[in-house]
Write a protein that binds this ligand. Structure first.
Ligand code: N01
Length: 491
């Protein structure tokens, strides 16, 4: 879904293509050829379609179907799922694979309906080619989607105005074509590399340097950061092990990126606006290709939004700080109602008719990010409370699919009709998740990890930040102990 909808110009994954791929089938991984270090959206979509073809999945998939509700039937111990076209499906188990970053966050700016130009959201991009030639384009938002779309639209538009609320840290991707040799090296030991990646915090191939940034001189720290920068990608975060925990250590990384911005951007005014001030990695690090240099182009200007943000939209453009910026097109790169949005937009009701939105009123509650008390037989793939967005999503999704698959086999084998986490196990898991998150610097900024980008959303750090190896171990131990922490009811 992600790669079907996010088809804006420049859309690309920030995990290397050879590892942003499935590992469950050796023939698949040997045969498929990736063309670039970081895969573009069309290439990932081609890959997903290829996998569906290769494993004959299409007969099991019903496209163009929006699920409206999922209701647990306590008598029948099963789920009743309805679609917006009034189809009804009954199933004993229901698995929500609705995604972490799929419910678009579309702010309803005052006067937006009067705008006479075109409005696009990066996460709901049209399928036809959108031409920005000779047009005055505005982009609102400078997260990972904004960064990518800005770089591309700037190449085409007559003028591009970027409306920035919070400047972001962008590292260079140094994307490049992958030749047969590059691929052959990985393919020769694909499974070994994947196994090693599974032992890292996020399931990526970059390995954390287990040294404090403060244990070395500033000069040595800079040299290492420079080397990591030149390698490209989000590995910069793993240069020292305390960037995520110690503000003084983190400041060294921040200063390094701020100096890169100063060295790149020509206009001092624009430079000042682009300098991020928050903890590096507190919001998701973005990856770009000449992002900062884009602001040296004569057709690009940057507007720093004041405390009132976007004040008003008129038929002609955007008003901020009483200035009108005339526009033909407006691109909303305003992100997602992350982690919970795709679930809360389906009317899910569990035991005793309790809506999931009520159960999660104060923030998502789950056991292992896989199930929620009061919602028996309902699984979530990469749900809140699991490492999900802090990890390499494809292997992480595979891990959940495998765990749930094995769980269902166990239930069938033991003639069990209902599975549900008990309150104690769930509370302990939520408390553990909060305790680990509190030890990090992640609470220091308004990120979507905390739900801070959506007005009114409770501020809770939603993904599990204890790392993939710990998480995998816990999931395996729970299953090995006969689904410890779950109530299993026999038929
Ligand atoms: O969304 P975001 P995204 N008025 O929430 C601004 C993944 N991803 O779609 O920072 C004005 O990060 C908001 O400002 P602020 C990746 O995990 C990966 O860019 O909240 N501005 C911010 O600048 C990523 O983190 C890839 O102050 C408003 C921007 O809009 C996640 O998806 C590519 C606003 C939203 O940034 C989400 O990224 C793309 C308002 N009312 C996405 N509301 C790659 O793999 C929001 N903003 C490379």
């Amino acid at each position: 879904g992600t790669w079907y909808w996010n088809r804006y110009p420049g859309a690309r994954c920030d995990v290397e293509s050879m590892f942003y791929s499935y590992g469950f089938d050796e023939e698949l991984e040997q045969e498929w050829e990736w063309t670039e270090r970081y895969p573009s959206q069309p290439e990932i979509l081609r890959y997903a379609n290829h996998v569906a073809d290769r494993f004959s999945l299409w007969p099991h998939i019903q496209l163009n179907t929006r699920v409206a509700s999922a209701t647990y039937d306590t008598e029948k111990n099963g789920w009743r799922v309805t679609t917006e076209s009034d189809e009804v499906f009954n199933a004993k188990f229901c698995i929500m694979a609705t995604g972490c970053l799929s419910a678009a966050n579309e702010p309803n700016f005052d006067g937006m309906e009067t705008f006479t130009g075109r409005i696009f959201h990066t996460g709901r991009w049209p399928h036809e080619k959108i031409d920005f030639k000779d047009r005055r384009v505005g982009v609102i938002g400078t997260g990972s989607s904004g960064v990518q779309v800005i770089q591309e639209v700037a190449k085409e538009a007559a003028h591009l105005t970027v409306f920035q609320r919070t400047p972001t840290y962008v590292v260079e991707s140094f994307n490049r074509a992958l030749d047969r040799g590059d691929q052959a090296k990985v393919k020769a030991k694909y499974q070994d590399i994947r196994a090693a990646a599974r032992k890292t915090f996020g399931g990526f191939t970059a390995v954390m340097n287990e040294q404090s940034a403060l244990s070395v001189s500033e000069e040595e720290c800079r040299e290492r950061l420079e080397a990591a920068w030149n390698k490209g990608g989000i590995g910069l975060q793993f240069t020292y092990n305390d960037f995520g925990f110690n503000e003084a250590a983190n400041k060294r990384a921040q200063d390094f990126v701020r100096d890169k911005i100063r060295a790149t951007v020509n206009d001092p005014n624009t430079t000042e606006k682009l300098l991020p001030r928050h903890i590096l990695g507190c919001k998701r690090l973005s990856i770009g290709t000449n992002y900062y240099a884009t602001y040296n182009k004569p057709n690009v200007s940057l507007v720093q939004l004041g405390d009132n943000g976007i004040e008003h939209i008129t038929q002609d453009g955007v008003i901020s700080e009483e200035t009108l910026y005339p526009l033909d097109d407006l691109v909303l790169a305003t992100g997602f109602d992350a982690m919970t949005g795709s679930l809360s937009r389906i009317h899910i009701t569990g035991r005793n008719g309790q809506p999931l939105t009520t159960a999660w009123q104060a923030g998502p509650q789950s056991y292992l990010g896989l199930m929620t008390h009061g919602f028996p037989n309902l699984f979530t793939i990469t749900g809140p409370g699991s490492p999900s967005v802090l990890s390499n999503m494809l292997p992480t999704i595979e891990h959940h699919v495998e765990w749930i698959g094995e769980c269902l086999a166990h239930l069938r084998e033991h003639n069990i009709r209902e599975i549900e986490p008990n309150v104690k196990a769930q509370d302990e898991w939520v408390a553990h998740g909060n305790e680990v998150a509190d030890k990090t610097l992640r609470h220091g900024c308004n990120s979507w990890y905390l739900g801070a980008n959506v007005p009114g959303k409770p501020r809770v750090f939603m993904p599990y930040i204890g790392g993939m190896p710990t998480y995998r171990e816990k999931c395996s131990a729970v299953a090995a102990a006969g689904y410890d922490g779950f109530e299993l009811t026999e038929s």
